[in-house]
Design a protein around this ligand. Structure first.
Ligand code: UDX
Length: 436
């Protein structure tokens, strides 16, 4: 099937390459010339496991190309819309200007029978607003939200755990759903449920899923606060809760909380849209979810200050991690980097290291110290803070090895990812988050 993917960021670039890999003929369109040049050269403009290989395969097969020219999308049967929807400056709502600009640029190229499939995360009601102008061209708008996780984006796109398509209540809507069923045939054959809904429900599924995940993380971090006050251990608590199959252990990872380009801004946009709909009260708890999440960063900084006897000024602190999570170079709203910045603000001599995100971190925060190698960050440190649970810190760093490099054996585990007993046994003063 011929398709275009409009917007080639984390979502679109992966979607384009994945669709080509399952046999479709795909053109990826983006306004950013540098990004298009990189992608056309087989290089992902960001760190995403397996993406480079998939790009090269697609380009070599002739089924994948990239362009800045929207006219290149003209012969596609399906146009996937994958542009970003960031938080508006000075507010909590989603900024839809990239969505609106993409649709405006696409409109002259739409033909009767074309399907525009929105994948971007948008406030409920957006599709209904856009549907009219698209229908005038004879094309039909459907909403097909994307649930991929960074770091697992290729896997999640090729083998999604479900596919959701919101359609208008017309024959053209039914035909569009069938076309998408064909587009995703391999995933459906592999067992992915294909759910057809109305437009508003499809838009809501994405917002609701992110709100639920964020709430689950903040729930366990709220329990961490209680554990801190009562002498309990939140990681044991999470294990015990997780064995209840109604609850499950995933997304009960306690620590410095969630960040990234999706969960924080999506829960804020979700709450802002609920306010507009006169139902702000229904999701008032999301303000608490956000608040609990941000408090964990304060708590991590306080733990470091306490661990160093009340003063970090002039102390050398190795910060292990900058990305908002492992297998990513994304530093958007990264709690890891936020902790580093705050420690620097208190006068600490902060040295940040990360296997993927250092260039992004250094560009955004030139005031911090950086070390490419983990061991260079550890050398002579008065304290070590683990803020992104890369294997390089979690599995491949022994307390003995690190102990030989540092000036002081003080470690703060901002992700509760280390074996506290092993570190204590090696003479370290170990501080977890919500752990005894
Ligand atoms: C998320 C959703 O998972 C995905 O479905 C959606 O499409 C986009 O937003 P992503 O932002 O890539 O994906 O990251 P995710 O793996 O969900 O992690 C989000 C944040 O939560 C990270 O900062 C991570 O460290 C944190 N997290 C996750 C926890 O603090 N504890 C957990 O148990 C899980």
């Amino acid at each position: 099937m011929r398709m275009s993917v409009i917007g080639c960021g984390y979502l679109g670039a992966v979607h384009a390459a994945a669709m080509a890999s399952i046999g479709h003929d795909v053109v990826g369109i983006d306004v950013d010339e540098q990004k298009v040049a990189a992608l056309a050269g087989g290089i992902a403009p960001f760190f995403e496991p397996q993406l480079d290989e998939l790009l090269r395969e697609g380009l070599d097969s002739g089924r994948l190309r990239f362009s800045t020219d929207m006219a290149e999308s003209a012969d596609a049967a399906v146009h996937f819309l994958a542009v970003g929807t960031p938080q508006v400056a000075g507010g909590h709502a989603a900024d839809l200007r990239f969505v609106d600009a993409a649709i405006e640029a696409l409109l002259p190229h739409l033909r009767p029978g074309h399907v525009v499939a929105g994948k971007s995360t948008v406030p409920v009601g957006t599709a209904a607003r856009l549907a009219g102008s698209i229908a005038e061209s004879g094309a039909v708008l459907v909403w097909n939200p994307e649930f991929l996780r960074e770091g697992w984006a290729v896997h999640d796109t090729i083998t999604p755990d479900r596919l959701v398509v919101g359609i208008p209540p017309t024959d053209a809507g039914d035909a569009a759903a069938e076309l998408l069923r064909e587009a995703y045939a391999p995933a459906i054959a592999a067992g992915a449920p294909f759910l057809v809904t109305d437009l508003a429900t499809a838009e809501l599924v994405k917002g609701a899923a992110n709100a639920f995940l964020a709430t689950k993380i903040s729930f366990i971090n709220a329990m961490a606060e209680i554990a801190e006050a009562s002498g309990a251990d939140v990681t044991l608590l999470a294990d015990a809760l997780g064995h209840d199959t109604r609850i499950g252990r995933r997304y009960l990872g306690s620590g410095i909380g969630f960040g990234g380009g999706c969960l924080p801004k999506d829960i804020r946009a979700f709450a802002a849209r609920a306010e507009e709909l006169g139902r702000g009260e229904a999701v008032g708890f999301l303000r608490e979810v956000d608040g609990i999440n941000l408090r964990r960063r304060d708590r991590a900084v306080q733990l470091v200050v306490d661990a160093l006897g009340g003063l970090v000024f002039g102390k050398r602190i190795a910060v292990l991690g900058a990305a908002f999570k492992p297998f990513s170079d994304d530093i958007r709203d990264s709690p890891a980097l936020d902790v580093a910045v705050r420690l620097r603000g208190l006068g600490a001599d902060v040295v940040v290291t990360d296997p993927a995100a250092l260039p992004n971190a250094a560009a955004a925060h030139p005031q911090l110290g950086y070390a490419v190698e983990r061991d260079d960050a550890l050398r002579d440190a008065d304290a070590v803070v683990v803020v992104t649970e890369w294997d390089l810190y979690r599995r491949e760093m022994s307390p003995e090895h690190a102990g030989a490099l540092v000036a002081g054996r003080v470690i703060v585990d901002g992700r509760n990812c280390l074996d506290a007993d092993a570190w204590r046994a090696a003479g370290w003063s170990y501080h977890g988050m919500g752990r005894r």
